[in-house]
Structures are given as C-alpha cells and as structure tokens.
Design a protein around this ligand. Structure first.
Ligand code: HOZ
Length: 419
C-alpha cells in the first residue's frame, strides 16, 4: 500500500489517521507520508523515497537512526526480556549516568514519556510546597496533562479552549509571555505564597525555537528563590541537545527540578524527572506524593538510553553547532534572495526558520510568522527529499549522522523552491 492508501485506511481507524495530531500534516495543508525504514540521517517511505531527516522523531535520534551501538544495546536488552515491572540494573546505571552529567538531578524517577515527567514534577512541586498555583509560559508545551493545556504551544496551540480540560483544573495555571520577567514578577507580587513552581522550557521549542533573553532564566531563578517556589526546567527537548548537561549547563542556571525525555531513551519511550534529594524524597514510598508506572525504567529503553549517552560522550557538539549555523545562515540567505526574509533562531543542533522579518522572542511574535509561505516551502522541500516538521511552529534538528552532502542537498533544494 502506498502512503495515500495507508492514510485513507488509517483515517477509518484513528482520529485524523494519526496517533499525534501534527503528523496529519494539516498545518501545511498536506497529507503524511508513511515511513517504512530509517537509517543514519535518512527516512524511507513505503514507496521507497528517501528523505534527509530534520525531525529525528522530534528530537531523540541525535545520533541518527539505528546507531550501531544503540541498536546493539537494545537488541541485547530484549534478549534478556522486554519488560519486568521490577527493578533492574539498567535503570540504576542510566540514573547514575544522568545524575553525573546533570548534577542538579541528585535523584530522579524514570517514567515513560515527557508528558508523564512534567505531570509528575508538577505534582511533586505542589506536594512538597503545599501550594496549588504555578506559572507557565504562553507557547511553552509541557506535554498534554490537563494543567498544562492552557495557552500551550505546538499542536495544542491550534485548539484554543481545549475541550475536555475543565477550567477548575487550569484556574491555578498562571500565564506569562516567554521572556517577560515583569509578568512573572507581577504574579509573584500578587500571590507569591501560593505559587508552587515556575515551569519553563529553558529554550522554547514548541512555538518554533525561541532563545531566552539574557537574564531571563536567572531572573526566574531569583524570583523562585525569593518566594520559596520551585524552578522546573523542562529539558525534554534541550536535555543532551544544547549541551551534554542540557540548557542548565549551557546557561549556568540550576533549577530545583528537571524533566527529560526523548534523547535519554535513545528512541524508546522514556521520560524522567529529578532534582535535589530532599525534594525527590517527597515521592512515595519515601514521602507521600504518588506516581507509578508499569513500564517505568523499562530495561530496553534504559539500555538504549545509556548507549546513547555513552556515544554522545564521544561526539563533538561544537562542530555540529557550527555546521548547523552554517546551514541556517545559508538557508536564510537563499530565502531572503527570493523575497522571503526569515528570522533564524538556532542553538546547538536545533533551529527554526520563521517566515517573518521581525524578531521572534515569544508566542505573540512567533504567531506573526507566515504559515502559508512555510507550507509552500515545506511541500517543495518534501518533494525534493528533505523531511521537515510539518508545521512552522516546530524546531528542526540536525544530528551527528548528517554528512556535509546532506546539508548541501538541503541547500540545493531550498534554491529550487518557488514561491
Ligand atoms: N510533541 C511533538 C511536537 N513538539 C510532536 C510529537 C509527535 O507528533 O510525534
């Protein structure tokens, strides 16, 4: 069956034919291709077409697909059983590796997705402070737990109101524009003793990529410390992406809690949350805050995650960042020469090209980017074998598997785009 036939059948079986809304490609007025295989920097669809991948499963595959060490570790783990629902060596080894690379995470809990990680971290922050309110940023996306579905980014931004989420649940979610420290200060001045935590993507990645302004993260740190609230860095995207120790290492800010996912599972379903020992010991069975999961600490995910972190220790982050910058500079120049100036936001191996000549610093400015022009660009890049996220409000990722010729092919494809 080709992609068209598969999509037709999928729509009879799954809402929109997909298991996650973005994949339906509606934001670029298109239809999905169905993937049959992925290796290195490439995806192959069911019709055998090859694509240079810039999605990489939305971030986890920083080493490229089927990295030999990661695949070998996962296969070896499966040979010992795919799930125990009991403690295992792999979860201890991976937890130790993460705590070494991210020292603010003195203790952590493994879960099965980024959504579970953020949901559990919020419960923990509320449980250990005894406060209900929390601050989140407009356009930040922390997974789909109810409390976070207020002005959330990514595909959630396309369904304002989010039916099914009672206002009683989001009434404690205090909103601020990203990078607007004054708005956060105002919340604290109004009800600082009721705020359990501030949760932030230290580099926003779900309204396109948006960098924190100088002083923004430090300002959040200072406000949380002053009012006795916890600072949660949602590093599901930035963890092991923007630096080996995540955004907290790159920007030199220590959060109280961190959430992770994606890269730490090497492409398998995983998440984790962690922080200072005295905070984490509020979790059951030591403390009274509850969270549990059959697949938490799954041995295959742990093995793939550990192999990924071990491989990353040999990788040159600076070189990949430099190559990514050269790519985005070139793409920006090509698009500008075609009469479409773009605002480039890039850090390490992640970037977004916004079709706007204005700076992008928050959701309000991100929303001004021209999505129709992005859709034209996206379709023609796909037709030339360049696989980009099917929405202008997402990031693109490069990987250690991308070769210079993949970037050259991408640049040639951009040159051919007609608006
Ligand atoms: N949460 C992802 C976008 N930031 C999309 C996940 C998916 O569709 O697989």
């Amino acid at each position: 069956m080709d992609s068209k036939a598969l999509y037709a059948k999928a729509q009879t079986l799954m809402p929109g034919g997909v298991n996650s809304p973005l994949r339906a490609c509606r934001y670029v007025n298109s239809e999905p291709v169905f993937i049959e295989n992925a290796k290195g920097a490439y995806l192959y669809d069911v019709e055998g077409r090859k694509y240079v991948d810039y999605v990489y499963s939305w971030g986890p595959q920083i080493l490229g697909h089927q990295d030999p060490a990661v695949s070998a570790a996962a296969h070896a783990a499966i040979d010992h059983g795919s799930s125990y629902g009991a403690p295992c060596l792999g979860e201890v080894t991976l937890a130790e590796a993460i705590t070494k690379l991210v020292p603010s995470m003195e203790m952590l809990r493994m879960v099965s997705s980024g959504t579970e990680a953020t949901m559990s971290a919020l419960r923990l922050a509320r449980g250990c402070t005894g406060r209900k309110k929390f601050v989140k940023f407009i356009g930040n996306y922390h997974g789909h737990a109810d409390a976070f579905l207020a002005a959330a980014g990514s595909a959630a931004a396309t369904v304002p109101g989010t039916p099914g989420v009672p206002e009683e649940v989001t009434m404690h979610t205090l909103l601020a524009q990203y990078n607007d420290l004054d708005a956060v200060r105002a919340h604290f001045e109004a009800c600082g003793d009721e705020i359990a935590c501030v949760i932030v993507e230290p580099v926003a990645g779900n309204m396109g990529l948006v960098l924190p302004r100088d002083g923004f993260l430090q300002g959040l740190r200072d406000l949380c410390t002053k009012y006795g609230a916890l600072l949660i860095f949602d590093e599901v995207i930035t963890g092991f992406r923007v630096a080996p120790g995540g955004a907290q290492q790159r920007f030199g800010i220590t959060p109280d809690l961190t959430t992770m996912g994606k890269i730490i599972g090497g492409g398998f379903p995983v998440g984790c949350y962690g922080g200072r020992r005295e905070i984490m010991e509020h979790m059951a069975p030591v403390g009274g805050v509850f969270q549990a999961g059959t697949l938490s600490g799954n041995p295959v995910a742990m093995a793939a995650g550990l192999a990924t972190l071990n491989r990353l220790a040999e990788c040159d982050y600076d070189a990949l960042e430099a190559k990514t910058k050269a790519l985005t500079d070139e793409l920006a120049a090509i698009l500008a020469s075609k009469g479409h100036p773009v605002c480039v936001q890039q850090i390490a191996s992640a970037f977004t090209l916004y079709f706007t000549d204005q700076p992008v610093t928050d959701m309000a400015s991100s929303a001004k980017a021209d999505q129709k022009t992005f859709a034209t660009y996206w379709r023609q890049m796909m037709d030339q074998g360049i696989y980009l996220a099917p929405a202008g409000f997402e990031c693109a990722f490069t990987s250690f598997a991308h070769a210079d010729e993949d970037f050259e092919k991408t640049i040639e494809a951009a040159k051919n785009v007609k608006f």
